[in-house]
Design a protein around this ligand. Structure first.
Ligand SMILES: Cc1ncc(C[n+]2csc(CCOP(=O)(O)OP(=O)(O)O)c2C)c(N)n1
Ligand code: SF4
Ligand SMILES: [Mg+2]
Length: 351
């Protein structure tokens, strides 16, 4: 409950990361979500990933829209910058913040209602522009906060808690992100921390538009038989294409794997992803193949999880626009005003 203040004391032997912080230093307020909500597990995975990456909390900007999922940034990274925006508007606020200061790590948290309905236009443009961010959708197939109406990601034929059958075709945000040009695309499950934590770590390190769709059951309104976003359904139909181990640039790489089962992908910043292939023919650097694979497996009723696509050498929005390196708040008047001689030259070139 938000009115109960979290105790600041913790066990003196809690492990610390390289900055001397414990996991507790990456937590936020006490969650007000329903006990068992998948969203809380995603918050725990974000906390774990940031702690393991030795991220200084003040370097993170977490932004969200409206919904149970969009409330969660209050429950992690309590010492980071945060902005809870309007329903479906997180991507444009994040894009603006990123353009103003590229030095922060941008974490967008949204829901399936927030991103696939009211915010679908904003979602599309953030992906196509290559905004450097990790965008996480906590996907439960319903509008949890407003009591469980079907969202646009609910599968056709799936049943609501009251037995109503969804007649509409679903929006697949992973397929959209792939089509729109996102350079890191993954799907995971809130109940699979082993898979989710490295996916979040690699997504944060990715210098472009990274998107993770996390199936996250709503225990209050969408966890019954007939739902395709329940804990039981996802556990039974989860088809992982690979397992990731993420090695940040400064880590000594000591892990060894059996030959033929691992793909090593080096990212632009020097970090390395070790992908243990579970589906032997799967190549995560082939966008078209990823799109086909997704459709094929979905037609078989499978929920495909893992790292589905990665461009190891992406260009982000700042690269497209050739912006200056320095954040706006550090630019002086002299940097922003070219002077009358330069202005005259520009005007003359337009005559
Ligand atoms: C402009 C606007 N329209 C509608 C609403 C009502 N509303 C609040 S949250 C929400 C849906 C949230 O669903 P989702 O993003 O899936 O989040 P969840 O609660 O399922 O995590 C809606 C429709 C609103 N707050 N603002
Ligand atoms: S209503 Fe659903 S999404 Fe919202 S907190 Fe409860 S279980 Fe989670
Ligand atoms: Mg939802």
């Amino acid at each position: 409950m938000t009115y109960i203040v979290k105790p600041r004391l913790h066990h003196p032997t809690l492990p610390e990361n390289q900055l001397g912080y414990t996991r507790r230093d990456y937590e936020g307020k006490i969650s007000t979500l329903c006990a068992g909500c998948g969203h809380d597990s995603i918050s725990a995975a974000i906390i774990q990933a940031c702690w393991e990456l030795d991220i200084e909390p003040h370097r993170v900007a977490k932004l969200s829209g409206i919904g149970c999922s969009s409330k969660t940034p209050d429950y992690f990274l309590g010492n980071s910058h945060g902005f809870n925006s309007v329903h479906g508007r997180m991507p444009s606020v994040l894009t603006g913040a990123n353009l103003a200061n590229r030095e922060l790590i941008y974490l967008g948290v949204s829901g399936d209602g927030d991103s696939a309905s009211i915010g679908i236009g904003q979602f599309a443009h953030a992906m196509r522009r290559g905004v450097n961010m990790l965008y996480v959708v906590e996907n439960n197939g319903v509008y949890g906060l407003t009591k469980g109406q079907f969202s646009a990601t609910a599968d056709q034929g799936s049943k609501s808690k009251r037995g109503v059958v969804n007649a509409d075709a679903p929006v697949d945000l992973v397929a959209l992100a792939l089509q729109l040009g996102a350079t890191y695309v993954a799907r995971s499950f809130s109940g699979d921390k082993q898979q989710l934590v490295p996916l979040i770590k690699a997504g944060i390190a990715h210098p472009g538009a990274a998107f993770i769709d996390v199936v996250s059951p709503c225990v209050a309104f969408n966890n019954h038989a007939g739902s395709t976003k329940s804990y039981d359904y996802v556990r039974e139909h989860n088809e992982a294409v690979n397992r990731i181990d993420f090695m940040p640039r400064h880590d000594e790489i000591t892990v060894s794997y059996p030959e033929g089962e691992v793909a090593h992908v080096r990212q632009h910043d020097g970090s390395v992803l070790h992908l243990r292939k579970l589906a032997s023919s799967y190549d995560p650097t082939d966008r078209i193949r990823a799109m086909n694979y997704l459709q094929e497996r979905q037609a078989q009723g499978e929920v495909v999880t893992g790292l589905l696509y990665l461009d190891p050498d992406p260009e982000d929005l700042h690269g497209h626009l050739e912006t200056v390196e320095q954040p706006f708040n550090r630019l002086e008047a002299a940097d922003l005003c070219p002077g009358s001689a330069a202005l005259k030259k520009i005007n003359a070139s337009l005559r």
